[in-house]
Each structure stands twice: as C-alpha cells, then as structure tokens.
Design a protein around this ligand. Structure first.
Ligand code: THU
Length: 123
C-alpha cells in the first residue's frame, strides 16, 4: 500500500474526530503485516489531558484486534506526530511512518529516526 493510499484512510478517519475543544482533527491509519488497516481519529475530553491522539487510538484499535509490536508495517498520519506518540511508534516498531507536513508534503521516517536515543524500560 502506498503512502497516499494509507493517508487517504487517515483522512477519512480524521473526519470522525471528536475534537470540540481544539477543533483540530487528526487521523491515523495503521497498516498491519497481514494487510489489515486500522484507522482512528483523536478523541478529546472536557478534562483536557484525558484526550487521546489519533495515532494512539489507531494503535489501540490494532492491539484490541490482536496485533502486537512488530506485527505492524506502516502508519500514515494527517499531521506530524507529537512526542508522546513517537514513543508509541517506537514501541510498535513501525518500519515506515508517513505524515503530512504543514506545507502539504509527505514525510517518511522509520519510527526510531523520529525519536533518537529512545528511552526503554531497563531489562
Ligand atoms: N493530536 C493528535 O491526534 N496527534 C498528534 O500527534 C498531535 C495532536 C490531537 C490531540 C488533540 O485532540 C488535538 O490534536 C490538538 O492537540
């Protein structure tokens, strides 16, 4: 699946965002290795910090259907991922992270390039 195709799925999900406070709609679409796509939008809450980003909602949706880190291939996001979401992208080991920059161009990174020297739980 191309970046454009997965971004289309993210755009469609963004239209369902529940974002009455920021009015900023974000969508994300996770491509699993078996070809399934899990798309989600940001969901805000009146207790602001409790809101969830689109990326985390999409990963939670994939996880709820049995996916594990490494079982995912790519994620497309309608905007640049925040710092907290980058930690999630790292944990889920996305090979490709595509997102739309503010100027409309599409960025491609490996998850680990978005968060150098990542913190990991000491083993
Ligand atoms: N948001 C996301 O969904 N993903 C990000 O990576 C950045 C921010 C959402 C959270 C909130 O609902 C809105 O954008 C404004 O911050």
């Amino acid at each position: 699946m191309t970046a454009e195709e997965l971004l289309e799925r993210a755009d469609a999900a963004a239209a369902n965002a529940y974002a009455p406070y920021s009015e900023y709609q974000v969508g994300a679409a996770v491509l699993a290795r078996d070809g399934r796509v899990f798309a989600a939008a940001n969901v805000e809450n009146a207790a602001y910090p409790l809101g969830i980003c689109a990326e985390r909602a999409a990963i939670a949706k994939a996880a709820s259907e049995g996916l594990k880190p490494g079982g995912v291939e790519a994620i497309a996001i309608t905007a640049s991922p925040c710092g907290g979401c980058r930690q999630w992208l790292h944990e889920w080991r996305f090979e490709r992270v595509w997102f739309r920059r503010a100027d409309g161009s599409v960025a491609e990174y490996a998850a680990d390039d978005l968060l150098p020297d990542t913190w990991d739980l000491p083993s």
